[in-house]
Design a protein around this ligand. Sequence first.
Ligand code: AMP
Length: 581
Amino acid sequence: MAAELLTGQGVIANNLQNYDLCYRSFNWQQERGELNGLPENKGLNIAYEAIERHANSELANTIALRWIRKDHTTQDFSYSSLQHLTSRFANVLVNLGIKRGEKVFTLSGRIPELYIAALGTLKATAVYCPLFPVFGPEPVFQRLSRGEAKVLVTTRALFEKKVKQLLNRLPSLQYILITDEEAHIDKNVLSFPRLMEEAGDEFSIPPTDPEDAALLHFTSGTTGMPKGALHVHNAVLMHYMTGKNVLDFHKGDVFWCTADPGWVTGTSYGIIAPLVCGVTNVVDEEEFDAVRWYSILEKQQVNVWYTAPTAIRRLMRMNIKPRDIYNLQSLRLICSVGEPLHAEAVMWGEKTFGMPILDNWWQTETGGIMIANYPSMKVKPGSMGKPLPGTEAAIAEITDTTINIITEPGKQGHLVLKKDWPSMFRAYIHDEDRYKKCFRNEWYFTGDLARKDADGYYWFVGRADDIIKTSGHMVGPFEVESTLMEHVAVAEAAVIGKPDPVIGEIVKAFIVLKHGFTGNEKVQLDILAFARQKLGAAVAPKEISFIEELPKTRSGKILRRLLKARELGLPEGDISTLEKS
Ligand code: AMP
């Protein structure tokens, strides 16, 4: 593929022109040199790199954030105005007595207050943790409580619906800041706009060690409740480097990441990377809608678009030929992440937009893109591409005590990454044991299975565990099972991901009923509604089957993979540990 593209913007040379050369000669020191660092050598702070350094430069009046409301009207925030607003929020936190390392959460749709709170929190050296607004009260509680939230920024409606009922179970939550409330409600539930108005709009970022905690992202595990992956300010090196080399940001670019900041992509690439690279970041308040999305690409003259396979599959089904209807001249690059992007989708991009959709791979724990297809590198449709410069990936055989790197091309194994890239998570909060178990020698275990071909391209095979990916979101079976068990009729529950042509997998539950209950439609609907109300639509099961008994190992662990194999009519594999009834 050419390293220069002729686009609506004229001829643009890709930032990464030659992958092999860049990979061989890469050094992190040089990347660090391209960032500013805090004045007077006071360290490295994500928010400083994202806002202050541009606000104090020729980019001051460039649009940093363009917010599209549900009704299609827009509001722009320049780097300079974002500087003042985020400084106000940092002052709000300081005025409330929030200290370095304490956790500030948001639970809201994609509204400007979320972005202001995220970046203001980082300025104040507190830790920012986003929550997905479609979560029900139980997932919200689990995360606020495990993360020891001190402050929560939310809307009146979400507060009433999801948070109020939890307050007596959340002793460490001190302040709730309501974005759409003009007056304080009581001494703990305060008006966000009023606090902002009263705070000063200048803030000097305190010294920040690159290893200071910055971001907390919850992700699901197969056992236990969600894990809080902690990232540090040094992660900004990765955000910057991948923005440059994978998203190929150029001066003047308009970028649109469709992910919600409640998930890691929506923070690393929906907030941080575009701002650090000084481009214009488009944020749409509304959910997926094909016509709306194509209109945004046209109207906002989006140059770089970062989206997900579930959305791409939805667009593919609509049978719209967007280039016949919309002027998409500005669009230069489309990237995808979150689930496997099948070869047909890559090629559909070529046919529909005149460019292949470039898949990339990463996860909450990696904090940034780790494996990618690059605009200047030959695309092998269906492959995730090659490791980022400055990182090292491998395929390995793993036993309980050993790790053996596989060098033979094409052989399937565990995808592992060599430790200590800048955005690597530094902890699972309150769970050191679990953190340690992710590493052996110098390797981090991703939990994914993959292959590497003779040309060094990586191909996704599947998860090595029972985690479910639905609409691109990780769902931990344990969390769902625990809630189902709270229903009066449920004796036991097991949850699997059932393949779905559009959203990747749906959450399916197998339920053993308590004595006296019959598995009829009424009970089924009642359990579905109960789960939806407690867990929210993003996490709750969409399908339920009743079953006499759950298959378990002799030590009592549910064999979810066996349930899945039976559901899909696949070979049952090794069932030597199955408890015989
Ligand atoms: P999350 O931590 O929620 O971002 O989910 C990370 C997981 O999503 C990875 O461990 C993979 O299982 C899956 N994933 C992310 N990107 C890709 C991709 N490009 N292809 C296949 N699976 C992916």
